[in-house]
Design a protein around this ligand. Structure first.
Ligand SMILES: *Cc1c(COP(=O)(O)O)cnc(C)c1O
Length: 421
């Protein structure tokens, strides 16, 4: 479902004209659709009707409080990877009994905070982390519910930088060591082993690596039960991909995904935890930018827009494809453009040799599918201001993170005494 549609030739976000928001907020800005988030959430939830399910939104995809709160209101829990994210989730109204904590380097301070809040589960990734958590929980007089993150040594067939389930990746306990570490865990104070988890990567568009990994972990769960462990949870991780190129991409359908999960792990009768990030918010966001100049280069035509790699790093970091379309629809004959930003690096390129209708300076374009790993990865490189985030609901919109001022950015620096006289 597309919640950014053309009406009378003009792009709308739900029932608001994108150009009206641009006039009000100024470009560039991120624009999110509440209805899109709600639609994706219910698609996933309904697909898993037959299973005991907890959807823990992977907050790192988009940490805006309004986005988390939108999902919290739908019943989502959270998957967090830092104390900061846990605070954001709690602040948006997600109960600690719905929060799971992932990550390879949870610190003593982070573990203490999460235990004191009464977190649902730690996804433990190594022996040293297990011992550390046991020690802290014991000191605090608490019990930490844990799963071990299994590294199943499966190729998720996605971009190398977001592939996390191969033996050479830093994530998880090698699957061959899981039984041993579980035996250890059952002897330690302050620790209660409740399940296993995994997360093999992001933007996965093929069910096969999931099935391979889940099969492996399901077997481990059977083994653990035989050895006397009481395993009640199976956390399947996130990573379900989205269509970035709406005309050509074939992402996984939630119903197919759920069917496979039922077939492969249903017999275990575990609570199923999902940690989707991109799937819930990726297609719910666009980046609206204005064309500053159209430049005829030596061999290319450049569309220089006012957004840059510091606002959206995915194309330069992951070679990500993002569809770019004008806000005013045009059926004119397509031309080839390189769409670039103002930052002083050739990597500041959103698209090369892209077919687009002729576009002039001051016109607005939308970079699509940027609701996940967009705003959260932005920086102020080139002393460019972080761009605003706007949330639409039906015919209303609100700025959910305002653009800071230059003084706020520069004022973050402090001069040492010897330079401030
Ligand atoms: C990033 C991450 C997710 C979410 O990944 P998506 O591709 O956005 O669904 C889920 N679980 C863990 C442990 C992660 O690190």
């Amino acid at each position: 479902m597309n919640f950014f549609e053309y009406r009378d030739g003009e792009m709308c976000a739900e029932n608001v004209k994108v150009s009206d928001i641009a006039n009000d907020v100024g470009t560039p800005f991120y624009l999110y659709s509440s209805a899109s988030i709600g639609y994706q959430f219910s698609q996933l939830k309904n697909a898993f009707n037959n299973l005991d399910l907890l959807i823990c939104y992977a907050v790192k995809a988009n940490t805006n409080q309004a986005v988390i709160k939108t999902l919290a209101a739908l019943g989502a829990g959270a998957d967090v990877v830092s104390e900061g994210e846990m605070r954001r989730a709690l602040n948006a109204g997600i109960s600690p009994e719905k929060i799971v904590y992932s990550g390879v380097a949870k610190t003593i301070l982070e573990m203490t905070f999460a235990l004191n809040q009464g977190i649902y589960q730690f996804n433990v990734e190594s022996g040293p982390e297990l011992y550390q958590l046991s020690e802290i929980a014991s000191v605090l007089g608490k019990t930490a519910n844990i799963t071990f993150r299994v590294n199943p040594d499966v190729d998720a067939k996605t971009h190398a930088k977001i592939s996390t389930g191969k033996s050479e990746n830093k994530f998880g306990v090698p699957w061959t060591n899981v039984r041993k570490i579980c035996a250890k865990a059952s002897e330690l104070p302050g620790i209660k082993l409740v399940g296993l988890d995994l997360h093999i990567g992001s933007q996965i568009t093929d069910l096969q690596p999931y099935e391979e990994a889940y099969t492996r972990v399901a077997e481990l769960i059977q083994d653990l039960r035989t050895e006397g462990h009481e395993i009640t949870r199976f956390d399947l991780g996130g990573g379900i991909g989205i269509a970035h190129d709406e005309d050509n991409d074939q992402p996984i359908h939630p119903t197919e995904y759920a069917k496979m999960v039922e077939r492969v792990v249903g017999h275990l009768d575990c609570q199923i935890i999902l940690e989707p990030g991109r799937y819930l918010v990726g297609n719910a966001g666009i980046l609206v930018s204005k064309v500053v100049y159209v430049k005829e280069g030596g061999s290319r035509k450049f569309l220089i827009v006012d957004a840059a790699m510091n606002d959206l790093i995915r194309p330069s970091m992951y070679d990500a494809y993002h569809s770019i379309v004008p806000i005013i629809r045009s059926d004119d004959k397509r031309e080839l453009y390189d769409v670039v930003g103002p930052v002083c690096e050739s990597g500041d390129t959103f698209a090369t040799n892209r077919q687009m209708p002729p576009i002039k300076s001051d016109e607005l374009v939308a970079i699509r599918s940027v609701g996940a790993y967009g705003a959260v990865m932005s920086s102020t490189y080139n002393t460019r201001l972080l761009i605003p985030e706007v949330l639409v609901k039906d015919n209303k919109f609100a700025v959910v993170r305002p653009r800071p001022t230059y003084n706020e950015i520069i004022g973050l620096d402090k001069l040492p005494s010897w330079l401030s006289e």
